[in-house]
Design a protein around this ligand. Structure first.
Ligand code: SF4
Ligand code: SF4
Length: 175
């Protein structure tokens, strides 16, 4: 995020309607209440271990209408959704929810880090977020452990279809 803010801001980058777009979405309503006190960043367990992840800056980029910068920022995906920031914000900004809204907008544009698209395709294939190596499955057998339960892929696909995931994210990405 530091990199994202280090570049000078050009007037042409600013989308004045962006904050209203966010404020219309569930969880994003209180975006404009933020007065940049920094409490969210100082209490964030991820920011503590990162030189670049700063929830306060994400909120500021969104308020300023720097849509492309914030949606294309890798750090957007570092949030662990622990909601500490939301609990501590003196202005009742739902910081974690704003970040979720921003991620959803990024995903609709096909901007999702590879690690998550791989995780998603694994869930669609097997119901598991992680492709379990064949060797490990065999090892279970040799240890006398029962086979892993099968993931309900059909149900997952139906849910994702019903929430428009394929239309919004998968097809969009392939455009
Ligand atoms: S704690 Fe709330 S008011 Fe303070 S910077 Fe974070 S979002 Fe803004
Ligand atoms: S929800 Fe995300 S931004 Fe908020 S404190 Fe947790 S990791 Fe940090």
């Amino acid at each position: 995020m530091t990199e994202t803010l280090e570049k000078p801001i050009r007037a042409t980058e600013i989308n004045p309607k962006f904050k209203y777009e966010i404020a219309k979405m569930h969880g994003g309503e209180k975006l404009m209440r933020c007065f940049q006190c920094g409490t969210c960043t100082s209490d964030c367990p991820v920011a503590r271990f990162s030189d670049t992840y700063r929830p306060r800056q994400i909120i500021r980029l969104a308020q300023l209408g720097l849509k492309d910068r914030v949606l294309k920022s890798d750090t957007l995906w570092l949030c662990a959704a622990c909601f500490t920031c939301t609990d501590r914000c003196p202005q009742d900004v739902e910081v974690a929810s704003v970040i979720r809204v921003l991620r959803n907008l990024a995903a609709e544009q096909g901007i999702v880090p590879r690690v998550f698209t791989e995780e998603g395709s694994s869930i669609l294939e097997s119901g598991y977020a992680y492709r379990i190596p064949e060797l490990r499955l065999k090892k279970r057998e040799t240890l006398g452990l029962p086979p892993l339960p099968k993931g309900n892929v059909e149900s997952i696909r139906k849910t994702l279809h019903d929430v428009g995931f394929f239309k919004k994210c998968v097809e969009k990405k392939g455009e």
